[in-house]
Design a protein around this ligand. Structure first.
Ligand SMILES: Cc1cc2nc3c(=O)[nH]c(=O)nc-3n(C[C@H](O)[C@H](O)[C@H](O)COP(=O)(O)OP(=O)(O)OC[C@H]3O[C@@H](n4cnc5c(N)ncnc54)[C@H](O)[C@@H]3O)c2cc1C
Length: 426
């Protein structure tokens, strides 16, 4: 068995950042990953350009059972720290709308940078490593003799800490070798997009050590029509329109894209992280406001004076894609000129477009979701170190933790920040 100070499981955003920081402290570090390449999700992120951070990072951009948990790590390593690292490697980048920061060239620039830093600090990266077992054992001599006390669940460490001759260590068996380490950092990410290496390993390991898990669900994911809506709205497939979506007290004003299965686009992805299918039963719908910058009711009133004889669908087609205006007018039988509607009918009409109650049937699932909401319960971890409170030497970072960012570079910033933080202590 080869000994390392720090063994990290997961060679992607959070794991590599943690490895670099631990390596800088002179720790002997190994990173294991079951994939054949490091940083697979980084490579496909942001349409290949990696939206690596955002100018506006705050706890309000994250979902978590404990909204305060992410603050400490996010403040210790910020977007400008990552930009400083990119500057060392002369990686060009640019800002897009909503403060989103992207690579100019390719996400590969980020991967190369992280791997170069790992090399600089002597980090070993072992790919194609399938982990068979992780357990805690006691090194009685403090040298090499392992007295194996295999555990499937957490073992109280207090006796070991009181003894100067007994030191607790982790043992990790993998298809590429067996290792001992005083710290194990779990950076195995979320459940989404399994073809990119995603697995539930981190959650299973947390359970093995007695840590609570917050129930997981796909986030940043398209929402599907119910059967009735599918028949009505399928014809809108391909239309994108600015909208404001609200649900559970959250509001997002961005594009909404109609697909043949349901709705997608940035506004929908954002709201999807908050949406829970069980709330359908309680009658909580997603509310869609088309033309969010326009007071549609007042505008329709004005049209009654300015263009009284024009059909409503033609008027609305001047403000939104014709196909969308015609479809909604047809469904709601708004087939007359605008001057033939009374005030209450105009109010109903404006509500159809600006207070549309939408009940999704579900999401398109982990196959296409960008993130996983939920994960290792933050109550089980120290926000200052990312170490499990009950299991000394065991750390969880990145998406496997119950901290999920909005769309816009927030998830990578969490990966960098939590990885950096654990790297100072592991
Ligand atoms: C299509 C897509 C686009 C995205 N675009 C963006 C974006 O532009 N901006 C943004 O902020 N976020 C984006 N995200 C989210 C972002 O990629 C993740 O939040 C981030 O990668 C999480 O980093 P992580 O290190 O925690 O986990 P991951 O990057 O998922 O890495 C986990 C690593 O652990 C390894 N692993 C998993 N299970 C095991 C196991 N059993 N044994 C060994 N190794 C294992 C995996 O192979 C992987 O290398 C995107 C996600 C997707 C799917």
């Amino acid at each position: 068995m080869t000994y390392f100070d720090v063994l990290i499981i997961g060679a992607s955003a959070s794991g590599l950042m943690c490895a670099i920081e631990a390596g800088k402290r002179g720790r002997k570090v190994i990173v294991l990953d079951h994939a054949a390449k490091a940083g697979k999700k980084i490579r496909i992120s942001g349409g290949g350009r990696c939206n690596f951070s955002n100018y506006d990072i705050s706890a309000s951009n994250y979902l978590s059972e404990n909204k305060h948990f992410c603050k400490s790590a996010l403040s210790r390593y910020q977007y400008y720290d990552f930009l400083a690292l990119m500057a060392e490697y002369q990686i060009p980048w640019h800002e897009r709308q909503h403060g989103q920061l992207f690579c100019d060239r390719s996400a590969n620039d980020i991967i190369r940078m992280l791997l170069s830093e790992c090399e600089k600090y002597g980090v070993t990266i072992q790919l194609d490593a399938h982990i068979e077992r992780v357990y805690k054992s006691i090194d009685k001599s403090n040298v090499d003799t392992l007295v194996d006390t295999f555990v499937d669940t957490f073992v109280d460490t207090s006796n070991a800490e009181n003894s100067s001759t007994q030191k607790e260590e982790f043992s990790v068996n993998s298809s590429q070798g067996h290792y001992r380490a005083s710290s194990v950092v779990v950076a195995t990410g979320g459940l989404s997009v399994s073809r990119m290496g995603a697995s539930d390993f981190g959650l299973r390991l947390a359970k093995q050590f007695g840590l609570n898990i917050i129930a997981t669900r796909p986030g940043l994911v398209p929402l599907s029509y119910n059967i009735k809506d599918r028949r009505k709205y399928q014809q809108l497939s391909g239309i994108a329109v600015e909208s404001e979506l609200s649900y559970g007290g959250q509001y997002f004003k961005e594009n909404l894209l109609f697909t043949h299965k349901g709705i997608s686009g940035p506004a929908v992805l954002q709201i999807s992280s908050y949406w829970k299918v069980e709330n359908n039963r309680m009658g909580e719908s997603i509310r869609i406001k088309l033309l969010p910058e326009l007071d549609l009711y007042s505008w329709l009133l004005a049209q009654q004076v300015q263009q009284p004889k024009v059909l409503v669908k033609n008027l609305l087609s001047r403000k939104m894609p014709r196909r969308l205006a015609e479809c909604l007018c047809q469904i709601h039988a708004f087939d007359k000129p605008v001057n033939q509607y009374n005030l209450s009918e105009l109010k109903t009409m404006s509500d159809v477009f600006q207070d549309w109650h939408f009940w999704p049937d579900g999401t398109e699932g982990y196959r296409v979701a960008e993130v996983t909401v939920g994960g290792v319960d933050t109550n089980e971890l120290s926000s200052k170190t990312m170490q499990a409170k009950k299991v000394s030497g065991l750390y969880f970072i990145g998406e496997v933790v119950d901290v999920t960012g909005h769309l816009g570079g927030y998830n990578f910033q969490w990966a960098w920040s939590s990885g950096y933080t654990a790297g100072q202590y592991a």
